[in-house]
Design a protein around this ligand. Structure first.
Ligand code: ZN
Length: 260
């Protein structure tokens, strides 16, 4: 009997060593985590806790496929984006003229944004808070620190009276589809603000009837200083897109992290 216990104990010991061995091997043999997935974990730590075998591990216990492996056209990268596609475009902070079809930020994985900010107008709205914005009140989401980041932008802009004429809000939260497309506008999630529509340029106003992949003429009347202040606090600017929308500022820290 004693011998039996000894053998069992020895076996159990061997088994636990084997368990450690076998669980340790797949982890170390796992291909390295894609750069984009690492950035998403850093940008959205309250929602994305890890990465395993091609999936983002979400804080609610679900998994989200990082890369569906499909080759996509320019339009598909906008209309049907997985998390990996969000890093397909360059957000060029060194030049003030966007390159052909470089629209970093216009590609949004809808599943990810709906999980973070809410999957319906009512769900997004129940989180929204008020941010004081140069005599106006704008509705913004506090999720991921977006509202606090907008407040930080406002505090910094207070010191720049020369930029005041660009700050009139033209809308923040608005649950809607992108004009002429079937994808959700960034305004749906409450982390986007449009300002100074009267001084803005939008690619379709300047190039009416042009298709997404046609060559277009660029235009912008916003001062660089204003853009740099928003970017410092996690907002990307629509004026850095080939399909420019210069009134548009969107809280997308992952795009800035990926394009230092
Ligand atoms: Zn906008």
């Amino acid at each position: 009997m004693k011998r039996f216990f000894k053998t069992t104990a020895a076996l159990a010991g061997m088994l636990s060593v084997a368990v450690i061995f076998f669980t340790a091997v797949p982890a170390s043999a796992q291909p390295s985590i894609p750069q984009g997935a690492k950035i998403l974990m850093k940008a959205y730590p309250n929602f994305i806790k890890g990465y395993e075998n091609g999936y983002l591990l979400m804080s609610d216990g679900t998994k989200m496929q990082y890369d569906d492996g499909r080759k996509k056209s320019f339009e598909q990268k906008l209309d049907d984006a997985d998390p990996e596609d969000m890093f397909a475009f360059k957000y060029d902070r060194k030049s003030w003229t966007p390159e052909y079809l470089q629209d970093a930020g216009r590609s949004r994985c809808e599943q990810l944004f709906k999980k973070m900010y809410g999957s319906s107008a009512a769900e997004v709205r129940k989180h929204l808070v008020t941010v004081s914005w140069f005599g106006e009140k704008v509705l913004f989401t506090p999720i991921n620190g977006a509202a606090d980041s907008l407040r930080a932008v406002a505090r910094e802009l207070e010191k720049h009276p020369e930029l005041r004429s660009y700050l009139k809000s033209s809308g923040s939260f608005y649950w809607r589809k992108v004009r002429g497309a079937n994808r959700q506008s960034a305004h749906s999630y409450g982390m986007t603000i449009d300002i100074a529509v009267a001084k803005s340029d939008y690619w379709l106003w300047k190039n009416p009837g042009k298709k997404e992949t046609e060559k277009i003429v660029y235009a912008n009347r916003f001062p660089k200083e204003l853009i740099l202040i928003f970017e410092k606090h996690g907002f990307i600017w629509g004026g850095r897109w080939y399909h420019y929308d210069t009134m548009h500022f969107e809280f997308r820290p992952e795009i800035l992290m990926a394009n230092p």
